[in-house]
Design a protein around this ligand. Structure first.
Ligand SMILES: [Zn+2]
Length: 420
């Protein structure tokens, strides 16, 4: 049992003075009550907010942070990332994921949706660091039938292994330029059978959209609709190059889109996700950092700011408000993943972040959500609680220095071998 005493709690966009009681992994009471608890957090000077959801990332790509910047997407993938990824192994993915989990926790993220190889290695990192996650088994088939069969067998095996961990699961066909329509169809069938999610990159660049039309003689979204790919279990990252009618169709089918503004700007995708139209159509929009190879950080506080800046820059100052960014990072994601977190309510999960209101970026505090989106940084994160357990205390994750040291050594070896 944990009691957070005399804190300011963010509820319905406003800060209210209250105590918050956590029992097991849930919020059991909020208000002005007296309670004896084994563990009391003095909440004076702290704001309690729901933990943030990073709804699209490749956690283990912390390995590639700063490795190959300032290149166009396709060239970056083909010349730098994919050849290096061919040398990945379970151990390096585990340590790179562990670093990512700590980076996310320390910047207020309590849940992430991942897409990468060796997902069991990431699952071990998730369990050991205490963060919550949905992990995907990712694949490409490069339009080769044999490769599709081999990969689907691996995906089935990896999904079975993931059952042994405290994680949600997803199948992740990479994108339409790396996976055949048959591969996408089979992924969705597998997801339906297992009752899990499908995690996918959609309409990230103009090239992807133009080449798809050239190859198949139709738009991506209508082709996806024909194979039964559009439904609420689909979490599609980027969704930049979509037309109005495609957004409308995706909204009607209950698909979720993930805004990845930093990655989109850095890889120069040429447009911004059309949030005004998505809002109009009631398409559920989430927020994600993408991997540290293209971001280069996994900090959702920064990502909320990037989303607001990009939207305002592209669609006008009244197109987007701080609260839109905050909802993308909290309740919109909780709805998509069916997790009772992202709001501070009795009976909801105890996935909470305590922010230090005495830090400069939080001072003064006219509007907490505005501070969160436009000025907060990870230095403001004091305590992080996931599933009722304290995982970050005084801004520190236990044994983080050792983990950073071990990861740095392994990284040196990995890139040393890559040159030979
Ligand atoms: Zn991605």
């Amino acid at each position: 049992m944990i009691l957070i005493e005399n804190a300011r709690v963010l509820r319905d966009g406003k800060l209210v003075q209250a105590n918050v009681l956590l029992e097991e992994n849930k919020i059991s009471a909020i208000g002005d009550f007296k309670d004896k608890s084994d563990y009391v957090i003095d909440g004076k000077g702290l704001a309690v907010i729901p933990g943030l959801f990073n709804s699209h990332t490749h956690a283990a790509m912390t390995l590639f942070r700063g490795y190959a910047d300032d290149m166009p997407l396709q060239e970056w993938l083909e010349k730098k990332i994919w050849p290096a990824e061919a040398r990945l192994n379970d151990e390096i993915v585990y340590w790179a994921s562990k670093l990512a989990c700590i980076e996310m926790l320390k910047s207020g993220t309590t849940f992430f949706l991942d897409m990468y190889f060796f997902p069991s290695a990431t699952a071990r990192a998730v369990e050991e660091t205490g963060i919550r996650a949905c992990l995907s088994s990712a694949f490409f088939d490069f339009f080769n039938k044999d490769l599709l069969e081999i990969n689907l067998k691996r995906v089935e095996k990896e999904l079975r292994e993931l059952r042994g961990y405290r994680v949600l699961r997803a199948v992740a066909p990479h994108a339409v330029y790396t996976v055949s329509l048959e591969g996408l169809k089979r992924s969705m069938e597998m997801a339906e059978e297992e009752n899990i999610f499908v995690h996918f990159h959609l309409a990230e660049t103009e090239k992807e959209v133009v080449e798809f039309r050239k190859k198949y003689g139709k738009g991506i979204v209508s082709a996806l609709d024909e194979i039964g790919f559009l439904n609420p279990r689909l979490i599609s990252a980027h969704c930049v190059w979509l037309e109005k009618d495609e957004i409308g169709l995706m909204a009607r089918k209950g698909v979720n889109a993930v805004h990845c503004p930093a990655s989109n700007m850095k890889l120069s995708v040429g447009r911004a996700l059309n949030y005004p139209e998505m809002k109009n159509s009631s398409l559920n929009v989430l927020l994600g950092t993408d991997g540290a190879a293209s971001n280069n950080s996994l900090d959702m506080l920064r990502e909320m700011k990037f989303s607001a800046l990009l939207q305002k820059f592209y669609y006008g100052s009244d197109s987007f408000k701080a609260v839109d960014a905050f909802r993308m990072a909290t309740e919109n994601a909780s709805r998509a993943f069916g997790i009772k977190a992202g709001k501070i309510e009795v009976g909801w999960l105890a996935d909470l972040v305590l922010l230090d209101l005495k830090k400069i970026p939080m001072t003064p505090c006219h509007d907490l959500v505005a501070n969160l989106v436009y000025s907060a940084s990870s230095e403001c994160v004091d305590t992080v609680i996931v599933d009722g357990k304290i995982v970050v205390e005084n801004g520190h994750f236990e044994s983080e220095e050792k983990i950073i040291e071990k990861f740095s050594k392994l990284t040196e070896n990995f890139f040393g071998q890559l040159k030979t």
